[in-house]
Design a protein around this ligand. Structure first.
Ligand code: FAD
Length: 314
């Protein structure tokens, strides 16, 4: 079932979360354990993230350096297939433009379609580690909008180099209540978001935020700009003191004073407790004000999200 079908049939705020494919050499059991810990809260769908290659420079001897592309977490497709077939829960694979040609993206989408996966999150991906700007590879997309257009065209049976049967997807895209960190201003970023929706995206999942007012204002600005797609808030509980500085640096988001002050100087256990309580309060307010679904970033760990879901969805 598509994310839009789930939302249309829901008589309550839905619960969803994302998992990361295992690191190379690790087994899938940890993912199954994370999913199973969250099954009691009836997730409507489960996202599986995608990971770009990192460029590493290895010593090749004799003063030479070898450049190699390393992907730490391949396997989005396999994890989606395993979850969907083991638990009969819809999955939403993330598909990133980073490091992929249009042909490779088309092949990925065809495989998702074969597996009965009806949803996809179309994302650009971040710049390669150590680079300031995102650079598409030759034959790839520079922006997520291109991938949305490509996936939407496949729904009409239009492939890159031929026509064929339709591979239809419910396409999700990323939205940024505080603007994307590369965007010059909120208005420009909103116009880009509208372009993605006009290109065929059916729903939006937001970047994490820690002040609900940012989400409510964002929804209002989207509606005023003519974006009618459902906007699913993305939530991440803070689980350690260092995240108060790491998250703003990595994602261009702000941590409200009250939250930062409550964590300032505290140890890991206290910071985790404060972070979880904050997320519970955020979740309750979003739910009471009619958010269609609450989507949690697990960052590969489900314990904190399970505590929140127990307080909010049990
Ligand atoms: P875009 O929509 O392409 O936007 C990127 C920037 O370009 C923005 O500043 C936008 O304003 C600007 N822009 C857009 N279109 C144009 C245009 N036509 N001309 C000029 N400027 C333009 N990353 C991963 O690697 N894997 C994941 O699994 C993953 N999952 C995510 C899930 C969610 C819900 C979110 C919010 C982010 C996720 N990301 C993931 C991170 C994402 O890849 C980065 O935030 C990335 O920097 C931007 O991706 P995007 O799809 O928003 O890009």
């Amino acid at each position: 079932m598509t994310v839009l079908d789930h939302l249309a049939r829901a008589d309550r705020t839905l619960f969803s979360f994302e998992v990361l494919p295992p690191k190379k050499g690790e087994r899938i059991d940890a993912i199954f354990a994370a999913v199973e810990a969250l099954l009691p809260f009836r997730p409507a769908f489960i996202d599986v993230t995608a990971h770009a290659v990192d460029i590493h420079f290895l010593d090749a001897g004799q003063g030479l350096v070898k450049r190699v592309a390393v992907q730490r977490r391949p396997g989005t497709l396999g994890v989606c297939a395993a979850i969907q077939h083991r638990y009969r829960i819809d999955t939403v694979p993330h598909l990133i433009c980073s490091g992929a040609t249009r042909e490779e993206l088309e092949n990925d989408l065809i495989q998702y379609s074969f597996l009965g996966i009806e949803n996809v999150m179309a994302l650009r991906g971040d710049p390669v580690h150590g680079e300031k700007r995102f650079r598409p590879i030759e034959g790839g997309h520079a922006f997520a909008q291109g991938l949305v257009e490509q996936a939407a065209a496949m729904g009409e049976g239009r492939y890159l180099h031929e026509e064929g049967g339709s591979a239809r997807f419910c396409i999700g895209v990323a939205g940024y209540p505080e603007k994307h960190l590369e965007a010059p201003n909120q208005e420009a970023d909103l116009r880009r978001l509208k372009d993605k929706v006009d290109a065929g995206a059916g729903f939006i999942v937001t970047q994490m935020f820690f002040d609900n007012q940012l989400y409510f204002d964002f929804v209002e600005r989207c509606r005023a700009a003519g974006i009618t797609a459902p906007i699913i808030p993305g939530l991440k509980p803070i689980t350690g003191p260092r995240q108060v500085s790491l998250l703003p640096a990595a994602f261009g988001i702000q941590i409200p004073c009250a939250l930062a002050d409550a964590i300032d100087g505290s140890g890991p256990d206290q910071a985790r407790r404060v972070g979880i309580e904050w997320c519970i309060e955020q979740s309750r307010e979003l739910m009471s004000r009619g958010a269609p679904c609450l989507h949690y970033y697990t960052m590969g760990r489900s314990e904190a999200v399970a505590e929140i879901a127990e307080a909010v969805f049990a």
